[in-house]
Write a protein that binds this ligand. Sequence first.
Ligand SMILES: Nc1ncnc2c1ncn2[C@@H]1O[C@H](COP(=O)(O)OP(=O)(O)OP(=O)(O)O)[C@@H](O)[C@H]1O
Length: 573
Amino acid sequence: MLQQLQRQHQVQILWMVICSIGLGIAIIWQSYLIVSIIEQIFLQGKTVSAIVNFVFLLLAMLLLRMLFSFINKRNGTKMSTSVKQKLREDVLNHFTNQSVSNAAKGQSGNKTSVFMDTVDEIDAYYSQYLPQMIQSFVVPLLILLVIFWTHWTTGVIILVTAPFIPIFMMIIGFKTKDKSEEQLSQMAAFSGTFLDILQGLPTIRLFGKSKQQREKISNSSVRFRDATMEVLRVAFTNSLALEFISMLSIGLIALEVAIRMIIFQDISFFTGFLMLLLAPEFFNQLKALGTAFHSGRSSMGAGNKLEAIFDETNNEVKWGADVLSSIKPPRLELRDMNFTYADSSFQLQSINLIINPKEQVAIIGSTGAGKSTILHIIAGLLPITEGNYYIDKYKQADVEEHSWFKQLIYISQNPYLFSGTIAENIALGSTKVHDHNEIKQAAMEAGIWEWIEQLPSGLDTNIGEAGRGLSGGEKQRVVLARTFLKRPNIILFDEPTTGLDVHTEEVLQQSMNKLREYATVITVAHRIQTIRSADKIVLMEQGSIRAIGTDRELLQEDELYQSMMKLQQGGEV
Ligand SMILES: Nc1ncnc2c1ncn2[C@@H]1O[C@H](COP(=O)(O)OP(=O)(O)OP(=O)(O)O)[C@@H](O)[C@H]1O
């Protein structure tokens, strides 16, 4: 995957090659000038003024060396920034396109860790590994050419000893990749456990499980620490071995040069000294590659992890290009529809259901009958497995997503409120910009204006993440205000199963009555009034529709309905 992304940045790579050639030439010139200056001053006894040109040239070479290194690094950083941005967009799209059933799976902390840490781990591949790879290929090659040209025996020693470095790097590299994959998994597991426990803190306290959870966090953090230490251990062994090999090679070269200069006296001081300066430069590049290689392998581990995430089937709902009219609510029809969850034996079977514009539909049935599942399918949050779902004359998969969600609101049993002001939360569902007066009007219609007025900052009162600090009834009423502001054509409502207080119940009822005037309302109903007043009652049983009709029809025709009504007379279903 990393190589694929790399191919999209050919220009930067070309620049890296050009800079590396420049860098190689600067390094060779630098060594040549240092040797020349020393030879002229110490062996030929020239004055400083005679070599001043050489000194300036040497400074220029040093500057050029720095410049080329800088450009190489900057190119790498630029490339890594753009790749990380693209990957984060892809990860975000992947997570946001998941169907509700997939989105609910896995830990939020784990996902955050993938989004932040795993993508960050990719950085080193482009900012260090790739520029260094190119540099460590081009520069040593140029140096080796000069060495062979000047004194071939040093070249032969290098050719014999240098291959040990890449061989060793490869052995270490494979180990690093596995270890870093392990480290990332541990980090993700640690983040996941931590956030999970944090979110469920009240439940944990209530059940007196604080100590066990503390141990769970501690164990998870110890596993992460151990995995990190393993990666570091491999990294340190790596640098030690590289240092050792290059030291040994340079030692051999120095020995050979010394023997040739002192005993055989068949090479000049200039040649010998140049070899002693160029050989370390050669090995420095390979050593730098060793460190970059280690980081690169870690990035590859992260790349594999991301690839595995992208390969996960998203089971997402597909949308098309047909734009729905929003003038009146669309007619909805499920025709011979089947649905299966990927990892559950539960199935919705042969569902045939027509919902006409502005119809009031109540979906009822025992726990686990499939009421919420069918509501999610109608909402376009779960993809149907077989059959068809028509929205007006269009198949759902051909409808343009925005034009559908624009006219829909889904009030779940436990609505999510975001961190922000009450006004922001009320305006959330709407596509238009609303002023405070419109928001106030919606809040009045939802029956929460009195409650908002007595808050310290009114509509501008901040409410916490996940709507912390609000009761269930208050949250539902904020969402009702959202509905009044948005004026959707279709309202999907998962009626609360828990008893609300009399006042909230009344407000909810009045608000729903107002909303019914202009919208189709499909309710997973538990309250007897909602069921009785519905135009169409859909009675579900074990994933199938058992009966459809009005209260009067079902009372006459369906035994289950009769017994349910008898049992719950005046109460909840
Ligand atoms: N995301 C999911 N993945 C797998 N199975 C699921 C998922 N959501 C629900 N189910 C299963 O599908 C079945 C129907 O669930 P559903 O929530 O639709 O029932 P329900 O009639 O709304 O129940 P209740 O009245 O208790 O809310 C259940 O057996 C449930 O375990």
